[in-house]
Design a protein around this ligand. Structure first.
Ligand SMILES: C[S@@+](CC[C@H](N)C(=O)[O-])C[C@H]1O[C@@H](n2cnc3c(N)ncnc32)[C@H](O)[C@@H]1O
Length: 463
């Protein structure tokens, strides 16, 4: 596979799922995409990469991520953790708690959430109280298996014989002897597709425990930081975070406290100010962003002070709308609104109408125009035009608009084709064509950005 083709796979995988592939993963990518290429009747990886670049609905990109992300899972993998959480559950119950919410955040084909359900059932989860386990994964196919809850005998080795008897029915599935999870256990679970690299997550919590195991090693520090910020928000004080045995929170800015290897607790009392020094490299890398062509551009434009870098973002007041912008979204609001997103090589253009006191934001990932679908706002030209036109639709005049351009990082290590840089160039030239002034930029570099744009003040915050 040529380097550029590999880079296309790497960047699309990263943008979609947060999974970081290294240049040395060429053989892995080749192996994992080969089956899908066969199904599609494609002869070369390049053809498949091009199909992905033109994937308007994102369906093929889902297939790519499913192929790339390994979903190997085992019942009672790391069994100490299930003992730990079962004991905690028994204590909570003994203290009078009756409602329990737990989340298996990368549930794969179901072995993890069903192990959890069986461990809790042993402590009386089905006899009294209200216990629910949320099982989520990015992989729709894995979730389907999870929902079915049917496993071949060879997957059952780690399930104690007594549990097999109590919690599984033996069924013949196309002539093969299988074990099907009993309905009373299955009913403890609900299933949802969720991408952990795309915060904020739609749940409100609070959860008593979150299992986020054997998935974070796929992600870089920036995706991990936002994932564990979300896990912290969603856990109740005193709730537990369980990770895989090779995973930890090293280098992250978080108030989780360690309980034992790979188990963390959200402290009963939140620390008001996070005292730990930010040890991720993002601030250092941001400095790196000022180097090169983009430095000159940023300096020429004399960015104003509205682009703020912060350690963590303050809470959004309840009377202000909060809208998450996914790749391809273009949103404007005449009401007070905070638009937020996470950018890798993608770019967001934030436009503020200083006279009207409103604004809007987009998030695009490709350069130019998709000739088959010129309105596809995953592409830079329509994303920018549509944003300006939507503001004009609200009554904005071009002379009242000011623009801030954020993103375009070179976020996948070792990649030579700088997609982020191309996205930024696209934004600059298209905005010039529209004649709207750019007052601040924060572009390039080698890091992700979490971005918030306050549409009613024009303020941009970055984490
Ligand atoms: C190795 S399996 C781990 C399964 C289970 N947690 C365990 O420890 O047995 C990794 C799972 O993470 C899922 N995954 C990868 N990237 C993800 C993402 N961005 N969001 C949600 N799930 C993801 C994969 O689909 C896969 O099912």
């Amino acid at each position: 596979m040529d380097t550029e083709t590999l880079e296309i796979f790497r960047s699309i995988t990263y943008e979609k799922s947060g999974i970081v592939l290294a240049p040395k993963d060429e053989a892995l990518v080749q192996d994992r995409v080969s089956r899908r290429m066969q199904e599609l009747g494609l002869a070369s990886e390049r053809e498949y990469a091009e199909l992905l670049l033109n994937d308007k609905m994102g369906q093929e990109t889902d297939h790519l991520v499913e192929a790339i992300a390994a979903n190997v899972s085992r019942f009672f993998n790391d069994s100490d953790q299930f003992d730990f959480i079962a004991e905690a559950f028994a204590k909570w119950k003994a203290n009078g708690q009756i409602r329990f919410r737990l989340w298996s955040a990368a549930s794969s084909t179901g072995e993890e959430p069903y192990s959890l359900a069986m461990a809790l059932a042993e402590k009386g989860a089905m006899l009294s109280g209200d216990t629910k386990i949320l099982a989520t994964d990015i992989n729709a196919q894995a979730l389907k298996v999870c929902k079915q809850g049917v496993y071949e005998q060879r997957h059952m080795a780690a399930v104690p014989p007594a549990f097999r008897y109590r919690y599984f029915d033996k069924v013949l599935n196309q002539g093969v002897a299988t074990c099907k999870i009993k309905p009373e256990i299955r009913h403890l679970l609900t299933f949802r597709q969720l991408n952990l690299s795309s915060p904020p997550y739609p749940m409100h919590g609070p959860f008593d425990a979150i299992l986020c195991r054997n998935v974070v090693n796929y992600f870089d520090q920036s995706v991990r930081q936002s994932l564990f910020d979300e896990a912290y928000r969603l856990l109740r004080p005193g709730g537990y975070l369980l990770m895989g045995d090779t995973e930890n929170l090293d280098g992250l800015n978080t108030d989780f406290e360690s309980v034992q290897q790979s188990i963390f607790v959200r402290p009963e009392k939140d620390v008001e100010e996070r005292k730990k020094t930010l040890v991720t490299t993002s601030v250092g890398r941001r400095t790196g962003r000022r180097i090169g062509v983009l430095t000159r551009r940023s300096d020429e434009r004399k960015p104003d002070r509205r682009v703020e870098e912060r350690r963590h973002l303050p809470k959004i007041p309840s009377d202000v709308k909060n809208v998450y912008i996914h790749a391809g979204d273009v949103e404007v609001s005449s009401e007070p609104c905070v638009f937020s997103t996470v950018l890798g090589s993608c770019v967001s253009v934030c436009i503020y109408d200083k006279t009207a006191g409103w604004g809007g934001m987009n998030h695009f990932m490709h350069v130019g125009l998709n000739s088959e679908n010129p309105l596809d706002t995953k592409w830079g030209l329509p994303a920018i035009s549509m944003l300006i036109q939507k503001l004009q639709g609200l009554g904005s005049r071009p002379k009242d608009l000011t623009v801030q351009v954020i993103g375009g990082g070179k976020v996948v290590e070792g990649i030579t084709m700088n997609i982020g840089h191309k996205n930024v160039e696209e934004a600059f030239s298209e905005l010039k064509r529209w004649g709207v002034p750019i007052v601040a930029t924060d572009t390039g570099g080698e890091t992700h950005r979490r971005l918030r744009f306050h549409s009613h003040t024009g303020r941009v915050e970055l984490l």
